[in-house]
Design a protein around this ligand. Sequence first.
Ligand code: SF4
Ligand code: SF4
Length: 206
Amino acid sequence: MFNFLKEVGRYAKHSFLAGRYIGQGLSVTFDHMRRRPITVQYPYEKLIPSERFRGRIHFEFDKCISCEVCVRVCPINLPVVDWEFDKASKKKKLNHYSIDFGVCIFCGNCVEFCPTNCLSFTEEYELSVYDRHELNLDNVAMGRLPYKVTEDAMVTPLRELVYLPKAVLNPHGVPDDAHRAGMLPSEILEQAVENVNEINSLKNDS
Ligand code: SF4
Ligand code: SF4
């Protein structure tokens, strides 16, 4: 009799848990049912990439000193730095520079470690081609000015979803001055400085 009651108790507990998990799953479904669709009419409308988006890398030929730091920090030694030693000036002379974006993993090491900041990420993400070898860009192609969604007269830019104000899910028609959800990097920095000052003042008081 005791074993039977124990089994019934166990069954009731599992039934309760199963009901709870089904309810949790359906709550997500019901939450989405009352949201509006957020379709972006690409290519007539495009989302503005986030501030630290890693798109096609921009290269400034005149700033490169052929140090090859970008090659050494690249996990796959991808950048090709073609240079020769100029005896007259006793300096390296850059001939060609290229990165194959069909292989690049956009880790950002080369951009981060370049001592002259001649590499920088752009917000260009439309890199599809019919032949993957077309993604092997030389210094001329990489020196092309970055593509910007906000400067293309043919495109309606939409603010990225993470920048929408709190509880707003439709990016269409959001006023520019609407405060976005979350903090800007500058605001996070300000708050961090305030926290450090507060901790220091507490230390001084104790
Ligand atoms: S982004 Fe990363 S993988 Fe691409 S070239 Fe730079 S270091 Fe190499
Ligand atoms: S790290 Fe910068 S300066 Fe050095 S070779 Fe690479 S791109 Fe040129």
